[in-house]
Design a protein around this ligand. Structure first.
Ligand code: NAP
Length: 454
């Protein structure tokens, strides 16, 4: 894929970039190694100072960064501004908490002293997607850099200006040269990077195919990997739920980021006693969404990020219809410039059909009716993915069952699934492994060293 900025709202190519040559990559890897040797010895309070400066830069320039994201990948501007604010939050969170998370942990043994010490691993390669072009990077970088690692970013090829802006933020905030670098390279260079002795570990957020490819390359080199991949999150509504709150949240949970979020609610599983009401309200609310220019603050639904995503989504919907799905609203791309797809609801999809188990990465809701909680849990778990799940009920016993029995990295009751710097984030099954955020997130890229003094 060419490294370029193409406005998804118009299809216009605004800027193209030349990928780094092998020798330019080599120079950056060398710089990264030199930076690593110094940065790992930099006291944690000094690391925190520059991390807070990065947070301040994000806050001061949030309108500018938000516009860049919207320009490159089409997310509605109000969501882009919130994304920048959240990046500042994660920087502050790790600046404030890293020393506590990384402090030696004494362990009582028969030694005169025995404890756990957390030490940096070195240079970490981050292969990142376009969907949250700032957030995905900062949620990796804030803990990884606070732990004393250095970062190398291979961002998605359609958000090069975001990638360069992020490098500039770290540099201007005072991180020494080479602590965080952007590599403008295509996906074809990822294996070579993993093979380099100068890279210690890697993280990838994106598709299953990309994750498997990176993990295979890292496996050959015995290098640690964290994978944050796709999801087909269930949104389960049971009879005792507050229906109005559930439907209102359902719309946000599906439409966030024009439907292109790994933790978006994608399969709506509703018990029969309230299914008709839920369906009717959902159709009304989808119909009321304002589709348009993502730079306008009142736009709810902008374009998909690339023409390929639009083509794939259109094809998936047509396959679902062939499988027996009924279209309640939307269902075909919009005839206008840009990668626009309307808010769409599909129902009556046979649960065993292939499309019922796929991830729909766009504004398409799959609506299923079930008889009871047993069927709801069975259907929710009948997917290769296991990222998040949202359950709606005011019955404690039912809530306990959802928490215990849903196969996912996160279960949210009476709320949509969302990431929070204070809580771990990640999936099971084909949604990946490892965790970002919280205490667990900063421990992914450290050497957990056992120290024993006789
Ligand atoms: P993608 O192809 O996996 O891209 C994500 C990142 O991985 C990009 O930096 C991409 O680089 C790189 N990449 C692609 N193929 C690779 C490979 N074989 N080896 C190493 N790196 C590779 O994702 P996408 O095309 O943007 O979206 C496709 C699907 O991914 C979506 O439908 C969705 O299922 C999933 N997805 C999930 C998330 C999430 O947050 N969990 C985010 C985005 C996408 P290039 O851009 O240079 O190709």
């Amino acid at each position: 894929m060419a490294i370029s900025t193409i406005n998804p709202a118009t299809g216009e190519t605004l800027k193209t970039f030349t990928a780094l040559t092998d020798s330019e990559i080599e120079t950056k890897l060398e710089l990264s190694q030199q930076a690593s040797e110094k940065w790992r010895k930099t006291p944690i309070n000094k690391r925190a100072e520059v991390m807070i400066a990065a947070a301040a830069m994000l806050e001061q320039n949030k309108a500018q960064y938000a516009q860049l994201m919207t320009l490159e990948m089409g997310k509605p501007i109000k969501g882009a501004i919130s994304e920048v604010e959240k990046c500042a939050l994660v920087c502050r969170y790790y600046a404030e908490n890293a020393a506590k998370f990384l402090a030696d942990v004494p362990v009582a043994t028969d030694a005169s002293a025995s404890f756990i010490r957390y030490q940096p691993m070195g240079a970490i390669l981050a292969v990142m997607p376009w969907n949250f072009p700032f957030w995905q990077v900062f949620r990796f970088a804030a803990p990884a850099l606070m732990a004393g690692n250095v970062g190398l970013l291979k961002h998605a090829s359609n958000v090069p200006q975001c990638a360069l802006a992020i490098e500039e933020i770290f540099t201007k905030a005072g991180f020494s040269t080479g602590v965080f670098q952007t590599l403008l390279v295509g996906a074809d260079k990822v294996s070579d990077l993993i093979n380099s002795d100068r890279i210690s570990a890697a993280t990838l957020t994106g598709s299953e195919v990309a994750g498997a490819s990176l993990a295979a390359a890292a496996g050959k080199q015995i290098k640690k990997v964290v994978l944050e991949l796709g999801g087909s999150d269930p949104f389960i509504v049971l009879g005792s739920a507050d229906l109005e709150a559930a439907v209102t949240t359902a719309v946000t949970a599906r439409m966030l980021n024009n439907g292109q979020s790994c933790i978006a609610a994608k399969r709506f599983i509703v018990v029969e006693e309230i299914a008709e009401q839920f369906q009717q309200k959902l159709v009304e609310k989808f119909a009321a969404l304002k589709v348009g220019d993502p730079m306008q603050p009142d736009t709810d639904l902008g374009p998909l990020a690339t023409p390929n995503i639009l083509k794939d989504l259109d094809y998936q919907v047509s396959q679902a219809v062939k499988d027996g799905a009924k279209v309640l609203i939307g269902g075909q791309r919009l005839e206008r410039p840009g990668n626009y797809y309307p808010a769409t609801i599909l129902t009556d999809i046979p649960p065993e059909s292939p499309t019922a188990k796929e991830e729909f990465f766009g504004p398409v809701a799959l609506l299923f009716k079930v008889a009871n909680i047993d069927e709801a849990i069975k259907l929710a778990n009948d997917t290769p993915f296991g990222l998040g799940a949202s359950g709606w009920t005011n019955n404690k016993a039912q809530s306990d069952r959802l928490i215990d029995e849903i196969e996912a990295g996160a279960v949210f009751i009476n709320s949509m699934v969302k990431s929070d710097p204070r809580m771990p984030f990640g999936g099971i099954k084909k949604s990946g492994y490892g965790r970002e955020l919280g205490r667990a997130g900063i421990h992914e890229f450290v050497n957990i060293k056992t120290v024993w003094v006789k």
